[in-house]
Every structure is written in C-alpha cells, then in structure tokens.
Design a protein. Structure first.
Length: 152
C-alpha cells in the first residue's frame, strides 16, 4: 500500500493518537521500571495493558467505521511485541539506560504499527477480506417475537 493512497486526515489522526498511545505505553513501562520491575518484565506487563488501551483509541478515533478484527489486532500486537522485544534487546546493548532503551524500542515498534493496522486489522478496502464482527443490534418486530416464542 503506497503512502500516497493513505488518507491524510487518517494518517494525521493516527500520528496524534499514536503519540498518546506511545506516551501511555512508555509511561507505563517507565513507572514499572521505577517501582522495581526488571525492564523485560516491565515491557510485557506494560504491553498487555497498552494493547487494550490502543485497541479502543485506534478503533474509535482513527479507524472508526472500518470493519475490525480483534483477532488480527491481537496478532498484530503479538508481532509488534516481538519487534519491540528485539529492539529493546538491541537498544540495551547500545544504551546503558533502560529508560532510553525502552524509548528507542517503542519508537521502532510504533513506526511499523500504522501500516500493519491499516492493512491487516482495520480493513477499509472493498477488496480486502473482512472478518465478521458481532452483528449490530436492531429492534425486533412483533412478528419476529411471535415466531421465536412459538419455537421451543
């Protein structure tokens, strides 16, 4: 997907919400390190909490209206976590500070996140496969209530 085909408004929303998500995730990581968790433990705990936060912010504020796959979102974040873990390990070799290593790993992982989310999770292209979400609730007519009442 060429960057030129990405709607500018959506990319801008992603960058703004991504900054909030990144700050949230990094702050969580930093707090966990500050209270004494080892940096790799802090990263997994922070990632698990941040994934839930990110799902709601991206699905409601960036990709609103696009069909959503929670499974693909979870899988994309599993991949994102592995990339982040590798980046953290490499960063820790270069930087003495676990805070700077965590920040660099966060930036690297976030850089690929938009493309993965747009292309595989919040699919808005008509030719892309769509995983069915829960059907929208709608009022039930009186005749439908009667039909279901007689089944049994």
């Amino acid at each position: 997907m060429p960057l030129s085909s990405v709607p500018v408004a959506q990319l801008w929303r992603f960058l703004k919400i991504g900054a909030v998500n990144t700050l949230f995730g990094y702050a969580l990581y930093a707090v966990l390190v500050a209270i004494g968790l080892q940096m790799f433990v802090a990263q997994i705990v922070g990632t698990i909490i941040a994934v839930a936060f990110n799902y709601f912010t991206y699905s409601r504020l960036v990709f609103a209206g696009a069909p959503t796959s929670r499974l693909r979102f979870g899988l994309s974040y599993a991949l994102n976590y592995l990339v982040s873990l590798a980046a953290l390990a490499l960063s820790a070799l270069m930087l003495r500070s676990p805070y700077l290593a965590g920040l660099l790993a966060t930036v690297v992982a976030a850089a690929i996140n938009f493309i993965v989310l747009r292309r595989y999770v919040f699919v808005s292209r008509p030719d892309a496969p769509i995983v069915a979400a829960m059907p929208l609730l709608r009022p039930v007519s009186a005749s439908e209530k009667m039909d279901h009442a007689s089944c049994g």
